[in-house]
Design a protein around this ligand. Structure first.
Ligand code: DAK
Length: 257
């Protein structure tokens, strides 16, 4: 499959998606979002892919929705916009999605960060929700996911003022998992991806699902989801293999069965 706005590479169970609109600071136009959603849909069906990494360029992860494209939309155009559908497909990717972020992650770019399960950032990364400067508000879940992730004080500051935060602040606020020097961002994301790619895929998938449900449910419902997934895993060959490998003091070989 060839794409116009992204490049992809797959190696050792890890699919890497690179946003590739450098002339527009990787602005997330409809085509780019649909291509990211398409490639993730395919990766979801492909048993050889265990983890996806999404990255941008050395100075820009993504500068947000494409403002030039957005400018052409009136209220009816916004209502019929295809982008919410593509965002939903990205959110529904059932395997781990790791963000490797250098430079600007603004607006929709910051929201894409929040669609990732784990984010590694270079110490040059800047995160922000500057939509307010355009007379709009975040449109891909930013108001809801940011406040659940970093809490009210910082989410309010970012969304109402449009001010950016640096990687260190993002780490302290739990928006990202690790900060490294920019030259190591992709390397570290790949290292983590390869580690996860060797884990039992059904357990990884159910763990991701259960963790994300914590954003949406009360504790009792979340614990129910955890218990059902835990029970389901008792029926997998990978659980038998994991326990047998531990007993036999050898490395497990997980098959996703
Ligand atoms: N869209 C289109 N082009 C962009 C862009 C963007 N978001 N950001 C940068 N560019 C383009 C610039 O226009 C420029 O191209 P030329 O004019 O030279 O052709 C090129 O990238 C370089 O930009 P600058 O010349 O501005 O570079 P600087 O280094 O001076 O500044 C910057 C870098 C990232 C600080 C600045 O470009 C900037 O502030 N960019 C805009 C950031 C922003 O406001 N982002 C939020 C966009 S609104 C929705 C879902 C999501 C959203 C909406 C709806 N639905 C599902 C309905 C999200 C909305 C947003 O993200």
């Amino acid at each position: 499959m060839t794409y116009q706005t992204i490049t992809t590479q797959s190696l050792e169970g890890v699919l890497t998606i690179t946003l590739n609109r450098p002339e527009a600071f990787n602005a997330l136009n409809t085509l780019l979002l649909s291509e990211v959603a398409d490639v993730l849909d395919q990766a979801d069906q492909d048993e050889s892919i265990r983890v996806a990494v999404i990255t941008g360029g050395p100075k820009v992860f993504a500068a947000g929705a494409d403002i030039k494209e957005m400018a052409a939309l009136d209220a009816v155009g916004v209502m019929n916009d295809a982008r919410p559908k593509h965002w939903r497909r990205i959110y529904q990717f059932s395997k781990p999605l790791i963000g490797a972020v250098n430079g600007y992650a603004l607006g929709g770019g910051c929201e894409l960060v929040m669609h990732c399960d784990i984010v590694i950032a270079g110490d040059n990364a800047l995160f922000g929700q500057p939509e307010i400067n355009l007379g709009i508000i975040p449109g891909a879940g930013g108001t809801q996911r940011l406040i659940r992730t970093v809490g009210k004080p910082l989410a309010m500051k970012m969304v109402l003022s449009g001010e950016m935060i640096d990687a260190k602040t993002a780490l302290q606020a739990n928006l990202i998992a690790e900060v490294v020097i920019p030259e190591k961002t992709i390397e570290r994301a790949h290292q983590l991806a390869k580690t996860i790619a060797k884990k039992p895929p059904i357990a990884v998938r159910l763990a991701k699902e259960a963790l994300l449900k914590a954003f949406e449910t009360d504790l009792e419902s979340g614990l129910n989801i955890e218990r059902k997934s835990f029970t389901l895993l008792a029926a997998t060959e990978d659980r038998q293999e994991g326990i047998a490998a531990f007993m036999e003091k050898r490395k497990p070989e997980f098959k996703g069965r």
